[in-house]
Design a protein. Structure first.
Length: 181
């Protein structure tokens, strides 16, 4: 592994640039990532804490969701939505091609979609989502609780004070929500 660079308070556990998927999955098994946070506390609508425990302890392989349409479109649209965020807000974003680790709670890991730089409130996190028109009602009151858990986990790992969630709903409705630590 390379020297550990700092992202807020977090240390860079591993670079994800050119990291084979198998190695990335092995690193994910070392702790609770931000996408695992809602599952771990029982607030995920998609998985239960037992399934997460079985995966993290090596008793069950994680489901491969990389072929699902929602995942494929989310990956394809992420750079576009990051550009839209920059155009709408005027704030620059940058990729963080690393698995980040909390400096004290080593089981806490995070992969960020983007880091917001040059903001008057200091650096922040940009979490990017795509949502179907069927899920639009879930976003009416703000960020759904499972995604709030994900972002709060990222804030804890990095030590950043704030994050914004940019979501494209139904391919046409772009929204930005702020989450403070």
């Amino acid at each position: 592994m390379k020297a550990k660079a700092k992202y807020g308070q977090a240390t860079r556990l591993a670079s994800t640039t050119d990291l084979p998927r198998e190695q990335w999955l092995a690193i994910r098994k070392l702790g609770i990532g931000s996408s695992d946070a809602a599952v771990a506390v029982g607030l995920s609508p998609y998985r239960c804490p037992l399934s997460l425990w079985l995966e993290k302890t090596g008793r069950k392989e994680p489901e491969d969701i990389s072929h699902k349409e929602a995942v494929l479109w989310g990956i394809e649209l992420e750079p576009v939505l990051a550009q839209v965020y920059t155009k709408r807000t005027g704030y620059r974003v940058r990729r963080v091609n690393a698995v980040l680790q909390h400096p004290e709670h080593l089981f806490m890991l995070a992969n960020l979609d983007r880091e917001v730089v040059g903001h008057p409130d200091g650096p922040g996190i940009l979490e990017i989502k795509t949502a179907s028109y069927h899920s639009a009602p879930q976003w009416e009151e703000g960020v759904p609780v499972a995604y709030q858990c994900q972002v709060l986990h990222q804030l804890a790992v990095t030590g950043h004070a704030w994050a914004e969630v940019a979501v494209l709903i139904g391919g046409q409705d772009f929204r930005i929500y702020r989450i403070d630590r």
